[in-house]
Write a protein that binds this ligand. Structure first.
Ligand SMILES: Nc1ncnc2c1ncn2[C@@H]1O[C@H](COP(=O)(O)OP(=O)(O)O)[C@@H](O)[C@H]1O
Ligand SMILES: [Mg+2]
Length: 293
């Protein structure tokens, strides 16, 4: 039988003793990457509000902001970032100082884009970060990562290291094409990944299904893989207002169409079997293994 203690021992380095009582196993969080080929499709808003929706379903949620765009999640929440992971890496802050309190019990780890590349070459920092991540994974039920857009390594590291991938697109041909490119590159790196699609800014359910079908058919025809529809978020005028007020739409407009949609998506997501066993290894260990570094 698989031994989690062994996995943790590996994470902490072979030279160290790590005592882990068999009867007191701690389960590791499910890691869900929220990504998109193209920027500006609503990924950060969906990540933030989905994180709160999952928390409403009695899960402890950590939201990692790895998006480099201007509309960072701390801004969407009106929070001030004092310390970042860069401070932790430089030794001038503890991880606990970087975590921000979000609404409804969620925690936010801001400024995490490029983190993997940042620590890749420095074994001491890498070990420190891996250890901290293992603690996060033991403490939370779900870790949701807003990965940023595009196909850079900084994005793909998170996508291919996650247990599940949520791919956000809208109906624009550029958005669908870029989402297809993301599926192709992510599956090339990790053929076991399951991709779940959210169509954002959909005028109707039928329209959303039409958008999903375009993506699904391209993926099926050219990559011989099936992707799943997770749900859609309608065009909702409350969203830009909530953004301007620096409050999540799910808390500001609890009865809006977008809130209902995100709650449905959260319920469905938690029912889906993860594409890999989140218990098998720690997130960063897995990512570094995949990179062969
Ligand atoms: N379903 C929606 N209905 C209306 N406006 C939306 C919707 N989703 C996103 N938006 C708007 O689109 C903008 C970009 O969203 P954002 O989450 O920052 O995208 P990304 O993270 O993909 O770059 C937001 O400022 C928001 O006002
Ligand atoms: Mg964003």
């Amino acid at each position: 039988m698989w031994d989690q203690a062994q996995s943790l021992r590996e994470q902490y380095g072979s030279g160290r003793q790590f005592v882990y009582p068999e009867e007191d196993r701690i389960s590791l969080a499910r890691k869900i990457a929220v990504t998109s080929g193209k920027g500006g499709v609503g990924k950060s808003n969906i990540s933030l509000n989905l994180a709160i929706a999952i928390a409403r379903l009695n899960k402890k949620v950590l939201l990692i902001d790895a998006d480099t765009n201007l509309a960072n999640i701390d801004i969407l929440l009106g929070l001030k970032v004092n310390k970042t992971l860069a401070d932790v890496v430089m030794g001038t802050a503890f991880f606990s100082e970087v975590l921000l309190n979000g609404p409804e019990g969620i925690k936010l780890l801001p400024g995490s884009s490029g983190m993997i590349e940042m620590v890749e070459q420095d074994s001491a920092v890498r070990e420190k970060l891996t250890k901290a991540f293992t603690e996060f994974e033991q403490h939370y039920d779900v870790i949701l990562i807003d990965t940023g857009a595009g196909l850079s390594n900084a994005v793909l590291d998170y996508v291919t290291g996650a247990d599940d991938v949520v791919l956000v697109t809208n109906a624009e041909p550029t958005s669908i094409t870029d989402a297809y490119a993301m599926v192709k590159v992510a599956l090339y790196r990790n053929p076991m990944l399951h991709m779940h699609v959210i169509v954002n800014l959909a005028p109707s359910r039928d329209h959303a299904m039409g958008t999903f079908d375009k993506l699904r058919l391209a993926v099926r025809n050219f990559l011989q893989v099936d992707i799943q529809m997770l749900g859609f978020v309608p065009v909702d005028p409350n969203i830009p207002i909530a953004v301007a007020k620096q409050e999540p739409f799910i808390t500001r407009y609890p009865r809006s169409a977008a809130t209902n949609a995100v709650m449905m998506i959260a319920r469905k997501l938690l029912k889906i079997q993860p594409s890999r066993d989140s218990q098998k290894s720690g997130f960063l260990t897995r990512i570094f293994q995949q990179k062969g570094s």
